[in-house]
Design a binder for this molecule. Structure first.
Ligand SMILES: *Cc1c(COP(=O)(O)O)cnc(C)c1O
Length: 474
């Protein structure tokens, strides 16, 4: 396929701009030496180009997309329509609060809804992603300890099953990151946790259900151990699909957490667009929250800064249109629909795990939450067929591969998250394909390295692509 720069002809175009009426005030010093090199194509060429590009990728609208830990679910179109309303999309963040009451109300309502869902008391919508939320939450933990003159607390405890962003955020926030091992069930090892906590513990970062898709039965004991040592508990709520409307991190003993609106709450994840990683916390951390706080005043809303705010984590109110989608999603599902989505996600994952269990080896043979992990370690040893080989073969059947080689504690891992938005027929068909691919790998193992064959590109050199990306033409 041609790049857009290789199409068209000089002078061709499809803009309808009138001639410029403004006086030319730019001096030579600020003017470009040469005209920018922009594609010159007709509207037909442009339209076909983007349609062709769209055909080269696989999205939720194309087929099954069970990318574990990422929640690639179908998002209702009505949420997109709400976010496109001119009153939301054309507003300027510096507009007078009196003229932006509707937007402030959206912010306020979303914060309240997220607090109700998580069991927290206050919330900021500023952080732009999950990792950004983790960083924000850790700065709140730091501000809390410093405000009490307790500055020796420099250590953040992170289980080895954690999402990679957890230790990275801990280091970014200036903490020493202490890793603790998981037990044979993939859960926190209580003895290891007890040995790790002390007077230098700032806090613990945990996700529950954890990254292998299991709910930690000792969660209350875990947060108690950390609190008794004087630390705070941070909940990585990037993926709330399994528990929303059913269990609340605030009730499990967590003090502060983030959510990914671009996983659970309706903004498509993975499309490269803006995300949102709101941070919710208990009362005693609210005074440290970043950005402008929207509060009720009279019969309207106004915005003000928290007393001991850590500052700004993002311009203005964060990625506001992502927030509009989230509120629309929450309100359209309502009190009944939110837990129903969660139970659907858990049911679909357990159904698919159950159907695959006679064929694939499950890393943890327990009831899972919204996702489950299989291991291809045995196939790798026996016939040199890896998780990567299986994943690549699935592509030829129109299935996006599951998450591979994560979590790191499972070797040759394939992590599957079907999500609540898939039908039984889609899951049955996916199961059939997973089994077919595995059977094929028994018959002709050496051929498995040659897939995919039907995709626009075949196997890529992923290491070089990541280390030495070529991201510009010429
Ligand atoms: C996706 C995810 C994150 C990171 O979120 P980003 O928005 O990609 O920064 C953190 N933790 C968990 C468990 C996740 O699944």
């Amino acid at each position: 396929m041609k790049l857009i720069f290789e199409m068209g002809a000089p002078g061709r175009g499809c803009d309808l701009l009138p001639d410029c009426q403004a006086p030319d005030v730019s001096g030579k010093a600020t003017r470009r030496a040469a005209r920018p090199r922009l594609p010159e194509v007709s509207e037909t060429e442009l339209s076909r180009h983007y349609t062709e590009l769209a055909k080269q990728v696989h999205g939720v609208n194309d087929g099954f997309y069970p990318l574990g830990s990422c929640t690639m679910k179908y998002n209702p179109k009505i949420d997109e329509q709400a976010a496109a309303l001119p009153g939301f999309s054309q507003i300027h963040p510096l507009q007078d609060a009196a003229d932006a009451q509707g937007c402030l109300e959206v912010i306020h309502k979303t914060e309240n809804a997220l607090c109700a869902i998580t069991g927290m008391d206050a919330c900021t919508l500023q952080p732009a992603a999950g990792a950004h939320g983790e960083f924000t939450g850790l700065l709140l933990i730091k501000a809390y300890h410093v405000s009490r003159g307790d500055e020796k607390r420099r250590k953040i405890i992170v289980p080895d099953s954690a999402h990679g962003t957890n230790p990275a955020s801990g280091a970014m926030a200036g903490f020493d990151v202490i890793n603790i091992v998981s037990d044979e069930n993939g859960c926190v090892d209580l003895a290891a946790l007890r040995a790790a906590v002390g007077e230098d513990t700032a806090g613990l970062m945990l996700t529950n259900p954890n990254t292998v898709g299991l709910f930690d039965p000792n969660i209350a004991e875990i947060t108690r151990i950390v609190h008794e040592a004087g630390g705070l508990c941070y909940y990585d709520g990037a993926n709330l699909n399994a528990i929303m409307g059913i269990a609340r991190p605030g009730d499990m003993g967590f003090d502060v957490m983030h959510l990914n609106l671009h996983k659970t709450f309706s903004t498509p994840h993975g499309g490269g667009g803006p995300g949102s990683g709101p941070v919710a916390c208990k009362h005693f951390l609210a005074d440290f929250l970043p950005g402008m706080r929207v509060v009720e005043s009279g019969d309207g809303y106004e915005a003000m800064r928290a007393k001991q705010s850590i500052g700004d984590m993002h311009g203005f109110y964060g990625n506001f249109l992502v927030v509009v989608r989230a509120l629309c999603y929450i309100m359209s599902l309502g009190r009944e629909g939110i837990p129903e989505a969660a139970t659907g996600a858990v049911l679909n994952a357990n159904y698919m795990m159950h159907e695959l269990k006679p064929y694939y080896h499950m890393a943890y043979d327990r009831t899972c939450m919204h996702e489950f992990v299989m291991t291809l370690e045995h196939e790798k040893h026996e016939r040199n067929v890896s998780a990567l080989d299986i994943a690549k073969a699935l592509l030829d059947h129109g299935i996006h591969p599951p998450t591979m080689y994560f979590p790191l504690i499972v070797h040759e891992a394939l992590m599957i998250e079907p999500t609540e938005t898939e039908s039984r027929e889609t899951i049955d068909e996916a199961v059939r394909i997973f089994i077919e691919v595995l059977k094929q790998s028994e018959k002709t193992p050496e051929q498995m390295h040659a897939y995919p064959q039907q995709t626009p590109v075949r196997r890529l050199d992923e290491v070089t692509a990541a280390r030495k990306p070529v991201v510009r033409y010429d």
